[in-house]
Design a binder for this molecule. Sequence first.
Ligand SMILES: C[S@@+](CC[C@H](N)C(=O)[O-])C[C@H]1O[C@@H](n2cnc3c(N)ncnc32)[C@H](O)[C@@H]1O
Length: 168
Amino acid sequence: MLIFVLLLLVIPFGLGAILGAPYVPILHRDSERILKLSGLKPGQTLVDLGSGDGRLMRAAAAQGIRCIGYEINPYLVWISRLVCWRYRKLVTVHTADLWSIKLPPADVIYIFILERYMERLEQKFTTELTHPTTVISYIFRLPSKTPIHQTHNTYTYEFGSDAHTGLK
Ligand SMILES: C[S@@+](CC[C@H](N)C(=O)[O-])C[C@H]1O[C@@H](n2cnc3c(N)ncnc32)[C@H](O)[C@@H]1O
């Protein structure tokens, strides 16, 4: 019985670690910084691929920003729905593998996954992002694309067009 309960916990967290990154949430102070950097305005849309406990989406929704999260771990999906409950009209969280979804239209896509997946991710962005979209990667950079802006732990890119930048 104990093993069964442990497996119920280990499998969802293990899947995340194997298919993208383990659950390591962004620092609160960095989430505020990233939102500022994104230039997102109320009514615009943020997508968090591997949205964890929903803390970035909560901070964004508090500013009137629409948020869509994709998270493979159902426990984290429910935690993030609770965390964002106050902003439920603005926040949608899907239980999904980010590699299986078609990226929805967004003003900004935020990502925090392991370095070894960045090449695959860059290919996905290049193929699917046909509309101007800002991509902000936390900690790890995309291997080929040149960032339009970077700090010590964020890399900002433009996909879909050169014309658009929401950067402050
Ligand atoms: C490093 S954490 C980042 C969480 C959140 N984005 C943040 O910055 O606070 C990575 C998250 O991605 C999720 N994840 C890993 N692989 C995934 C995949 N293939 N599809 C969806 N979510 C995934 C993990 O479960 C984990 O919650």
